[in-house]
Write a new protein. Structure first.
Length: 239
């Protein structure tokens, strides 16, 4: 029987085993159970890290949206400051219906309705509008524009930080309200409430007039409005 030459690898393994003992490999081979356990630990670690990063990112975005300190917009705080200041003005009955509207990233419009006392004289109405405008100017800033709708009897006036434009709206509303057949006037209290361009003003005439009477009312209202706000939009709505 021919002798088979000794296997070199086996001989080497035997030599290592004899010299150093079994399990002398530099990296021990993991068992299937160990591999599963290790994979589970790594997976849990990845998930926890992702959750922490997501929470941090969400917090940062939320603070940018809502405002942090004096750097980012704080619309709710601005609205609260304005409401407090407006409520303290002589002739103001109540401040209500505060709203916040985002117009761009880190930019907001906030508005509230300011109702005047029923017996407020015209000269006092002008003073109140000026004071409300000043309060809007003081409360705004850092990406927040503050405005209001001042309700004085049958007049609804859009008031912004521009005092001159705000008082002009009041004057126009008064002259239009004096037209026969006009029940109420709303001057720039819709989407244009923050528009500071005179040509973007909007005057809504509330009337029960129809047919030729309505045409006459709108034409007269347009003439009076355009005397102050050239290019302003004049519309009518039923009483």
């Amino acid at each position: 029987m021919t002798d088979r030459p000794p296997d070199h690898a086996a001989a080497t393994d035997d030599d290592l085993a004899r010299a150093f003992g079994p399990d002398t490999a530099s990296v021990r081979t993991a068992t299937p159970r160990q591999r599963i356990r290790r994979g589970t630990v790594i997976g849990i670690g990845v998930l926890l890290t992702a959750a922490v990063l997501a929470a941090a990112l969400w917090t940062i975005i939320g603070r940018v949206q809502d405002g942090v300190g004096g750097v980012f917009p704080r619309p709710e705080a601005a609205l609260a400051r304005f409401s407090t200041a407006a409520a303290a003005i002589d002739g103001v009955q109540q401040v209500r219906d505060g709203t916040t509207e985002k117009r761009a990233f880190a930019a907001y419009d906030v508005t509230a309705t300011v109702v005047l006392d029923d017996d407020t004289a015209p000269i006092d109405q002008t003073a109140v509008v000026r004071a409300v405008s000043a309060a809007a100017d003081d409360a705004g800033g850092n990406g927040v524009r503050v405005g209001a709708v001042v309700v004085a009897g049958n007049l609804s006036i859009g008031v912004t930080a521009d005092t001159v434009l705000s008082t002009q709206r009041l004057d126009v509303a008064r002259t239009v309200a004096a037209i026969g057949g006009v029940a109420a006037v709303r001057c720039s209290v819709g989407a244009e409430r923050t528009a500071e361009d005179p040509t973007l003003q909007r005057i809504e005439v509330v009337t029960g007039g129809t047919g030729a009477a309505l045409d006459t009312i709108v034409a007269t209202a347009s003439e009076r409005a355009h005397g102050v706000f050239p290019g302003a939009t004049v519309v009518s709505s039923p009483n």
